[in-house]
Design a binder for this molecule. Structure first.
Ligand code: ADP
Length: 300
């Protein structure tokens, strides 16, 4: 018996957002609207998305011993995720400073803060959590050596899901563990090692599979997604919705996919469910605020 359907290992950030008429240039000061503070970071987003769907979810992450850290813990608890693996201290909570202009274009400065201090030792100390979880999901807003340590400590019966965002080249032992590797077009190009990959998403998926992952999922925004494993490559139908804000759609998609795979769904079926979750996430503003419940997915 597993205690958790999904363990997310990843980042937790406070997103500090200010609307401005015009984003400031060098040396310039502009006045903006009121500050909005939102819980974010890909790890915390995935944990909240999965828990809201009903998955028994835990997050292994590091936040600061500060108000932003408490905001993140509160949002996890409110969604029903277990914050048992959230370590506090060592540096301030990670922050994204975001200015948004009326056209929706933004400028972002990220201070990784405590996320950069989630170490391989923290992963080794959480072996009990790894063994208690059916699926382990990670992203790249934490140190790469920490992701390598997850793979090295993964129990044989557990499944590893990776969204390599922000993308960078991956060590072979990480690529080999992915089942699936989940990428958008930009991430696919970076992992394949060049901007001129060419061909169709099917071609990228086959090229990625040849690098070692047991399966690959390519997300295609409003076009849906594509799944690839040794025996076949298949399109996942897109779901037509009125898109308002795509923030967090990829995190919601990944969380939903990881959870359904852990529940035993075949990859195409899990991806079709995840596409509905991703589609619902773009119908509302924000990241965590936009993630649907299972009832909302069923009603779509
Ligand atoms: P990322 O944010 O990582 O680039 P995508 O934008 O591809 O990821 O979104 C992840 C998934 O969410 C997509 O594969 C799709 O299923 C769903 N999705 C995203 N944008 C839309 C949209 N405009 N309409 C319907 N579904 C969407």
């Amino acid at each position: 018996m597993y205690d958790y359907d999904l363990l997310v290992v990843g980042s937790a950030n406070a997103d500090l957002v200010i609307g401005v008429e015009r984003r400031p240039g060098a040396g310039e000061t502009v006045l903006g609207g009121d500050l909005a503070v939102h819980p974010g970071g890909k790890g915390a987003n995935q944990a909240v998305a999965a828990a809201r769907l009903g998955a028994r979810t835990a997050l292994l992450a590091r936040v600061g011993d500060d108000a932003h850290g408490r905001l993140l813990l509160d949002s996890l608890r409110a969604a029903g995720a277990d914050p048992v693996g959230v370590l506090a201290g060592g540096a301030p909570t990670g922050v994204a400073l975001i200015t948004v202009d009326p056209s929706g274009d933004n400028s972002i400065v990220v201070s990784p803060g405590a996320n950069a201090r989630l170490t391989p030792g923290d992963v080794r100390a959480a072996t009990g959590l790894l063994h208690a979880s059916r699926v382990v999901s990670a992203q790249l807003e934490i140190p790469l050596e920490t992701v390598v340590e997850i793979v090295r400590n993964l129990p044989a019966a557990s499944r590893f899901v990776l969204n390599p965002s922000p993308p960078r080249p991956l060590p072979q032992e990480v690529l080999d563990a992915c089942d699936p590797l989940i990428v958008n077009e930009h991430e696919a190009k970076v992992i394949l090692g060049g901007s001129d990959v060419g061909g169709s998403p099917e071609d990228w998926a086959r090229a990625l599979l040849a690098r070692g992952p047991r399966s690959v999922v390519v997300t295609l925004g409003a076009e849906g997604a594509l799944v690839a494993s040794a025996d076949r490559v298949a399109r996942v139908p897109s779901v037509t919705v009125d898109a308002v804000d795509t923030t967090g759609a990829g995190d919601a998609f990944t969380a939903a996919l990881a959870w359904r795979l852990g529940a035993g769904a075949p990859l195409p079926e899990a991806a079709a469910y995840a596409a509905r979750v991703g589609a619902l996430a773009v119908t509302k503003r924000g990241a965590q605020e936009s993630f649907p419940t299972a009832a909302e997915v069923d009603a779509l």
